[in-house]
Design a protein around this ligand. Structure first.
Ligand code: PAF
Length: 279
């Protein structure tokens, strides 16, 4: 498996593959890979002849005061995981290779970016849309893979690919055995915080059970989830909200598909989790 650092190198390699008639899958990541990423890579490997994993902590999706500098990085470990999962190429550029000093073009997915995480992270999804578009243009994949854990990101990317004629595959959330959704940011949690973080998946389960049992009022579901999260002293809710899973606009009734999503601080770490009610 190869690791390349520049846009030009990736383009040369992918062009060769395409000349041979091989299909190419792309798994965009910010590195510090875990089982969730591995599930995306494994799926990509099973559906494509060659798989590129981008491993890039993208500065344009971090706001001032967010964790750009401290975001965990471990290329050696990532390389092992990619090798195990059967990827062919890691694209690990430096920010200077992705963004010119006078970079001035952004992909902004209007409306869907304003809800949920967009409220406390106003430039985040513009950065995601921009870097994902760049990766699509650099790698020119036949398919690209994104996880359901970042549900708003997935909804936004689905809208972007629909609007701009790209093509992607959404994949389910991968959880730890005790239910915590896998995330590179879990590494920030102390032992006690790690325990406290379970309140997110417990709240997801509660909400999902209520929906499955036939509760149609999203306010009732959300308020029960909030009540449960508030029993955990280390948790501070950013939001818990029910939105239409396609438009990401708030909904009052559980008319599928509904995305019930949350962002909760455990200490200083902001974690997200969600479920989608498909009816
Ligand atoms: O989900 C992530 O890790 C990032 O937002 C992505 C899609 C790789 C873009 O930087």
């Amino acid at each position: 498996m190869k690791i390349v650092k520049t846009v030009d190198e990736v383009r040369v390699i992918v062009k060769e593959w395409k000349k041979e008639g091989l299909t190419v899958g792309l798994v965009p990541t910010m590195g510090f890979l875990h089982e969730g990423h591995k599930s995306l890579i494994t799926r990509a490997v099973s559906e494509n002849d060659r798989v590129v994993v981008s491993d890039f902590v993208n500065p344009t999706q971090f706001g001032v005061g967010e964790d750009l500098e401290s975001y965990p990085r471990d290329l050696e470990r990532d390389t092992m995981l990619c090798e195990e999962a059967g990827a062919n190429l890691i694209f690990n550029p430096e920010p200077e290779n992705m963004y010119f000093d006078d970079f001035s073009t952004y992909v902004n997915i209007e409306s869907l970016s304003e809800e949920l995480c967009g409220k406390s992270r106003p430039i985040h999804f513009r950065g995601v849309g921009t870097v994902v578009s760049k990766l699509f243009n650099i790698v020119n994949p036949d398919r690209a893979y994104f996880g359901q854990k970042d549900a708003q990101q997935l909804a936004i990317i689905k809208r972007m690919v629909r609007d701009l004629n790209f093509d992607i595959v959404g994949c389910p959330i991968i959880r730890e055995e005790d239910g915590l959704a896998k995330s590179s940011r879990n590494t920030y949690l102390s032992k006690d915080e790690r325990k406290a973080a379970l309140i997110l998946s417990k709240a997801v389960k509660l909400g999902e059970d209520m929906a499955k049992a036939g509760e149609k009022d999203t306010d009732k579901i959300v308020s029960e989830m909030i009540k449960l999260i508030e029993t955990e002293p280390m948790a501070k809710i950013d939001y818990v909200q029910a939105v239409d899973a396609v438009s990401v606009k708030p909904v009052k009734e559980m008319t599928a598909p509904v995305l019930v999503a949350m962002a909760v601080y455990i200490g200083k770490t902001r974690l997200i989790d969600n479920f989608i009610y498909e009816g």
